[in-house]
Design a protein around this ligand. Structure first.
Ligand SMILES: [Zn+2]
Length: 425
């Protein structure tokens, strides 16, 4: 690993193109000056051209030198990588489910770029994917519609004029890009300028949808606004009494809308005013001196915004790549062991080992039957009896064999096995 780190450092130091870019710019300047001179006095064209010869050659030599350093660094880095990984081939999947679904992968990449706020890169990527789809169409005669349909969501209306007017479900073109740029503007205000205005306005417009989602965002924003009025350094007044009056006025106009759902919180926020100006010593200290407040509210906002678009809070590509990166060493070892022992996987849909992912990467709950202690599978799914207790199907069958009614292993309830329902987790 040290070799790679050293080569990486070297590359960072020498491998940047700024010197080359500067030298190219100097050459462009020289050529432009000559062009101007030629257009000013066309009779001297031959002289000007002759004068160019030697400096242009020198500039190209210099550029070559600049690039030599960069290439040297790159070669060393490549060599260090090869030395480190020469013996370990990446695990290969005999049935790569994604190989036949390039549009899903392309969509995930484009989506990730949008989520990162790299709108230009996303536009270029989508445009190139689309033009490649067209190229394929020229060979095969027809454009694969699945390959193309997702492009509609991403297309930037200005550069994608050849894409049909609206996508099949009537959404405007490039709607994802528009949404994400809206999200980025609001997040920028929140995170970087500590300005709650745009987020509060957005939450107000989407108040009903947020309410339906059971979201706390609108209240979280207003609570922070209240705290900010009270503690901010740059409000109109530095007098803490006047600040508390400002906060109180805000609370009077806004908090009544929250009183049914957040009655306890709003009254405790108002109660805090009694401790002014010694809030730091009060029981409400955590509300007013929370260094993570802006990050937390930004995270809530991102979650709700993405949630309303039907998207997860974090980029699926990021999640998949990170999870893959964490699990890869284990999978690689499994493959090596399998090859050595000529072992075979016994179960089609299951890995023979646990992949150690942190809790935030576990998305599907796992059901373990309390009777057999076995993990549920498609063939042996969890079944719920009328009493609400859940056991695996095989346990249910074993338990009820030969009986028309069976007693639940966990409560006195009796039921017929047919009354149990499959549970989908
Ligand atoms: Zn029961």
């Amino acid at each position: 690993m040290e070799g790679i780190l050293a080569a990486h450092k070297q590359l960072e130091k020498k491998g940047n193109l700024s010197k080359a870019v500067d030298d190219v710019q100097k050459l462009i300047d020289l050529l432009q000056r000559t062009r101007d001179a030629v257009s000013d006095s066309p009779d001297l064209t031959a002289l000007q051209m002759a004068k160019l010869k030697s400096p242009v050659k020198q500039a190209f030599d210099k550029l070559e030198d600049d690039l030599k350093e960069v290439n040297k660094g790159l070669n060393q880095y490549q060599k260090a990588l090869k030395d480190k990984f020469k013996n370990s081939a990446l695990p290969t999947a005999p049935n790569d489910a994604m190989a036949s679904q390039p549009h899903l992968i392309n969509r995930a990449i484009a989506m990730h770029l949008l989520r990162e706020g790299k709108f230009d890169v996303a536009s270029t990527f989508v445009k190139e994917v689309d033009s490649r789809a067209e190229e394929h169409a020229n060979h095969d005669g027809a454009i694969n519609e699945t390959d193309r349909s997702w492009v509609q969501d991403f297309a930037d209306p200005e550069i994608m004029e050849d894409v049909q007017e609206a996508s099949h479900d009537g959404r405007e073109r490039g709607h994802l890009q528009n949404r994400f740029s809206e999200m980025y503007n609001i997040l920028d205000s929140l995170r970087n300028q500590h300005n709650l205005g745009p987020a509060i306005e957005w939450a107000r417009v989407h108040s009903q949808e947020l309410e339906n989602r059971g979201s706390n965002l609108e209240f979280e924003l207003s609570r922070l606004k209240f705290v900010e009025l009270y503690t901010s350094e740059d409000t109109m007044t530095s007098d803490s009494f006047e600040k508390s009056i400002l906060a109180l006025e805000y609370a009077r106009t806004v908090f009544p809308t929250f009183s049914s759902r957040y009655g306890r919180e709003t009254s405790s926020l108002l109660g805090s005013l009694a401790f002014s100006p010694d809030l730091a010593e009060s029981p409400y200290q955590s509300y007013f001196y929370n260094p993570d407040a802006w990050e937390q509210v930004s995270a809530s906002f991102t979650r709700e915004f993405c949630g309303m678009l039907g998207l997860s809070e974090r980029s699926p590509l990021y999640t998949a790549v990170t999870a893959g990166g964490i699990a890869l060493p284990v999978l690689e070892k499994v493959e090596r062991v399998m090859a050595q022992t000529r072992g075979q996987w016994t179960s089609v849909n299951e890995l023979p080992v646990e992949t150690p992912l942190p809790p935030s990467y576990l998305f599907h709950s796992i059901f373990v039957c309390p009777v057999s202690k076995e993990q549920a599978t498609d063939a042996n799914p969890p079944m719920m009896m009328p009493c609400g207790h859940v056991i695996a199907k095989e346990s249910l069958e074993a338990h009820s064999r030969g009986k028309s009614r069976m007693k639940c292993p966990y409560c006195p309830n009796e039921s017929h096995p047919r009354e149990s329902k499959r549970v989908y987790i």
